[in-house]
Design a protein around this ligand. Structure first.
Ligand code: GLU
Length: 485
């Protein structure tokens, strides 16, 4: 995963409202469409617990530095709680609380049976060596374990901004050394390398889920007509802000789906070519020159944030929160904003985009691909078997038998070679990756239509509808648990 620290419009957050307050404003707007008692709404909204820690880390030169870190568990209406760990210099208590809340709503929207959590370590990872990052990650895991903030049934971290499979492997190994319950220990963290209990398809899941979600929107003829767009992904112009793990995979799937990638940004700046960029060539250029700038045929943009204002059909902010603010929202030209990042559109900007008729596909739905596939990984770890292991051969054999029967019933004359080729094409059992991707596609498609129906019923926007959906589902959990005697 790219560890680039992308720009973040601190002015948006510093303008008065903190990130958690912004999430709560979105919550309150949606709560008005429900009839739950205020006390229950308050319980859903608050962040149940936050662990703020500071610990010493020995640098490679022998000096000691104190590092600040957090883990917020927003809601235990379902266990375990779930959410990534980010390594970024702007990590704060407010930020992890906001992101943990978004995890709660996100899990509810896609029916993943977890509460929300989020962790963060306040470092710029580019300033630390690999060995130092390992020490930080292990010490953080030790702190979490000591305070019971990690465990397969308690709280399960995952990758987020600035972290990836390597950090998850260190977390697993540290947890394994400390736990007295090794049987299910693999399920203490997700997003692990495949060789360490990871599931195939997790790395690309958030980007692929983003693509599935936007494709679902684009396939709705009535909604596209309202935006003055043709139905389907094919030929639509796309801008992706941030080419980390999420942005890169989203861009890749849009390109493969026939969309035209016209603009991208990274830490060093942004480039634009209305005739289309080729993702792989942009990345090769970056590898060669150290920057995406000066890519042949493309225009360099003055600042990275300018990418958000480019003319395009679909804008995918895929980096950090608070980048589309009340200041630049009036200049956004995209017809669809797909929130691959968490919280990229501030509450004020959201109002402005809605008023301007922009279709905002909200983070609490659109980037849920990551946690959905994390759920598949967690299930794989608890069942101790690779998805599809017992059924793959059986499914292939069944398809072969059906094919044989059909050729016999229809008296189809076929050479043995031709039959074998057909069998090879058709009689394929589902691999783990096939199962994961189809489970993800189904989840994204079902949830989109669920939210869209709520939006239609209440004549509101997709974000408010997603929050209404989440609030209703979480309220049912609380009421059924009977925690309000
Ligand atoms: N960090 C990702 C998110 O924000 C994934 C969380 C997970 O897989 O638990 O959704």
């Amino acid at each position: 995963m790219s560890s680039a620290t992308l720009f973040k419009d601190d002015a948006a957050i510093a303008s008065g409202e903190h990130f958690f307050e912004q999430v709560n404003r979105m919550f309150d707007k949606a709560a008005r469409f429900t009839d739950h008692p205020q006390g229950l709404l308050n319980q859903i909204k608050i962040c149940n617990s936050v662990y703020h820690m500071e610990f010493p880390v020995k640098r490679d030169d022998g000096s000691i530095e104190v590092v600040q870190a957090f883990r917020a568990e927003h809601s235990q209406h379902k266990s375990p709680t779930k959410g990534g760990i980010r390594y970024a210099i702007n990590v704060s208590e407010d930020e992890v609380m906001a992101l943990a809340a978004l995890m709660t709503y996100k899990c509810a929207v896609v029916d993943v049976p977890f509460g929300g959590a989020k962790g963060g370590i306040k470092i710029n990872r580019n300033e630390w060596s690999e060995a130092e990052l390992e020490r930080i990650t292990r010490r953080y895991t030790f702190e979490l374990t000591r305070k019971n903030f990690i465990g397969p049934g308690v709280d399960v971290p995952a990758p987020d901004y600035g972290t990836g499979p390597q950090e998850m492997a260190w977390i697993l190994d540290t947890y394994n050394q400390l736990t007295s319950y090794p049987l299910d220990a693999l399920a203490c963290v997700t997003g692990k390398p495949v060789g360490q209990g990871g599931v195939r398809g997790r790395t690309e899941a958030t980007g692929l889920g983003t693509f599935f979600g936007v494709r679902e929107a684009c396939n709705n003829a009535a909604d596209m007509q309202k935006l003055g767009l043709e139905t389907g992904i094919e030929g639509k112009t796309v801008v992706v802000q941030g080419l980390g793990n999420v942005g890169y995979h989203a861009a890749k799937y849009f390109e493969e789906g026939g969309a035209v990638l016209v603009g991208v940004s990274e830490i060093e700046g942004a480039i634009y070519d209305p005739n289309g960029l080729t993702l792989q060539k942009v990345l090769d250029h970056r590898k060669e020159t150290g920057s995406i700038l000066d890519y042949p045929g493309a225009q360099n943009l003055a600042t990275g944030t300018d990418v958000l204002e480019l003319p395009c059909d679909i804008l995918i902010p895929a980096a950090l929160e608070g980048v589309i603010t009340r200041e630049n929202a009036p200049r956004v030209q995209a017809k669809i904003v797909g929130e691959a990042a968490n919280g990229p559109v501030t509450a004020d900007a959201d109002e402005i985009l809605n008023e301007r008729g922009v279709l905002v596909i909200p983070d609490v739905y659109l980037n849920a691909g990551g946690v959905t596939v994390s759920y598949f990984e967690w299930l794989r770890n608890l069942s101790h078997v690779r998805h599809g292991r017992m059924s793959k051969r059986f499914e292939a054999k069944s398809a072969e038998r059906i094919l044989s029967a059909v050729t016999k019933m229809t008296d189809t004359e076929m050479e043995q070679d031709e039959f074998s080729r057909l069998v090879a094409d058709v009689a394929v059992g589902a691999s783990e990756q096939d199962l994961v991707n189809s489970g993800l596609e189904d989840t994204m498609s079902y949830a989109y239509n669920e939210i869209r129906e709520i939006a239609r019923t209440h004549d509101t926007d997709m974000r408010t509808a997603a929050f209404v959906d989440a609030i209703n589902k979480i309220a049912v959990s609380y009421l059924q648990m009977g925690i309000f005697p």
